[in-house]
Design a binder for this molecule. Structure first.
Ligand code: BGC
Length: 435
């Protein structure tokens, strides 16, 4: 097979048509209904026990934002409808120099939470006021209340032992006690999508979806009448686990090589942790066909990062940036212009598919909430892909328009920076007032 034929076939699989996106949205809507009714569904539809905030919440709180390998601790003040982060510290659970890694299976839950609690102690050093704490824990959790969350399964390739199946609130509370932090009270545990929705809704009207397009991918929405309470409640769909999109051979290769084959299929097609892996799978297929030279380096997991993909997407007509990524990351030199252009097109197709799929799932939620598209809807979004990847927002809009047609005008997308932490602080203040 020649390069042109390979590219035609690969792009035919990756560049989803409007019909394919409509099918994704329809399947997503069905999966929402099934999951909410407690029937088998790839959408977990997890209750958060939180509704939209009123906007008048006031007070100080601490937020621990555990999203993946990075954790942030923030001290937040809520006043007059504004949330302000007063102090913060960000740290990595995995030392880039390799001296420690709290995300591997050899680390125990207690070590991981002690490490986090020590950072809370640092941020609050010198303080004595009693503060409510909101914990953003961005993994699928079964909740039976606002301050209780049992980890169902790790995602984002984290494997720390002894956390799955346990409630993370006592794990954090006990670690804080061991580290001598006695003046904070853990009050709420939330997902980052829920935090993003809450932080946006604190200031804006019409926000009914919250989503993360970053290392991981997931979306939550405000269910107007939750079956558990008959009241409005934000539902964490864990949409990264949605299985309604046809897998390409590249997706199958990524899924087979992952820590959890069969799980998080949409996340493996959409999120920053996997986009580079999908591109690598396509490049491996090109090499196998003799369309790229064999590299004298193995392409391990993480060879192509989100930053590399962004560099390629920003390339000019001379393909200089693609050439440099091919040399430094893939150890491929002397590529022809046609080969460089093919790599760039693959990156465009894989990242464009990610954005359009996210948009199609948002359209599915909007259809579920408002079949006649009679009112405005705001999707609050955070994450590195949405914030930094060229063309990502346009791709989301293309996905919305493919499904909703002109009705997509009723849907607005908004970047909400650091909403996951701010939202946890708002949730903590709300829960503290109810305690
Ligand atoms: C997790 C979600 C989270 C998303 C974004 C996924 O891997 O399962 O809970 O919201 O990543 O961080």
């Amino acid at each position: 097979m020649g390069l042109a034929d390979f590219m035609k076939e690969a792009r035919g699989q990756l560049d989803l048509t409007s019909e394919a996106l409509k099918l994704v949205a329809a399947r997503f809507e069905t999966a929402m209904r099934e999951g909410l009714a407690g029937r088998p569904s790839s959408l977990r539809m997890l209750p958060s026990y939180l509704a939209r905030p009123g906007g008048g919440e006031r007070g100080d709180a601490v937020a621990v934002d555990f999203g993946g390998t990075n954790v942030r601790v923030l001290r937040v003040r809520l006043a007059d409808g504004r949330a302000q982060s007063e102090k913060s510290s960000s740290f990595c659970l995995k030392d880039p120099k390799g001296t420690y890694d709290h995300t591997r299976a050899q680390t125990r839950a207690e070590e991981l939470f002690d490490f986090i609690a020590r950072h809370v102690a640092d941020v609050l050093a010198g303080e004595s006021a009693i503060l409510p704490l909101g914990h953003t824990f961005s993994f699928p959790c079964r909740q039976e209340g606002i301050n209780q969350a049992v980890l169902i399964q790790w995602t984002k390739e984290i494997r720390t032992s002894g956390v799955e199946g346990r409630d993370v609130t006592p794990l954090l509370t006990e670690a804080l006690e061991r580290q001598g932090v006695r003046h904070v009270r853990p009050r709420a545990v939330i997902n980052d999508t829920v935090g993003t929705l809450i932080a946006a809704a604190y200031q804006l009207r019409d926000v009914d979806l919250g989503s993360i397009c970053g290392t991981g991918h997931n979306t939550c929405y405000l269910e107007p009448c939750h079956p558990l309470t008959g009241q409005p409640m934000i539902v964490n769909m864990e949409s990264g686990n949605f299985d309604g999109v046809t897998l390409t051979p590249f997706d199958r290769a990524v899924n087979d090589a992952s820590g959890y084959p069969g799980a998080q299929l949409l996340e493996k097609q959409v999120s920053g942790a996997y986009l580079g892996e999908v591109v690598l799978a396509a490049l491996r297929a090109m090499t196998a066909e003799g369309l790229l030279p064999a590299a004298n380096k193995s392409w391990d997991r993480g060879t192509l990062t989100g930053v590399n993909l962004t560099q390629v997407l920003k390339d000019g007509p001379d393909c200089g940036k693609t050439k440099s990524v091919a040399q430094t990351q893939l150890a491929l030199t002397d590529l022809s212009k046609e080969q460089l252009l093919s790599i760039r097109k693959l990156v465009e197709s894989v990242t464009g598919r990610s954005a359009r799929l996210a948009g199609a799932t948002y359209a599915g939620v909007v259809r579920y909430l408002d079949p006649g598209l009679g009112r405005g809807h705001v999707v609050a979004i955070d994450g590195s892909l949405y914030a930094h990847m060229p063309g990502y927002d346009a791709g989301i809009r293309a996905g919305l328009e493919a499904v909703l047609g002109p009705g997509a005008r009723s849907v607005t997308t908004r970047l909400i920076k650091d909403g996951s932490g701010i939202g946890a602080a708002i949730a903590a203040v709300v829960a503290d007032a109810q305690a």
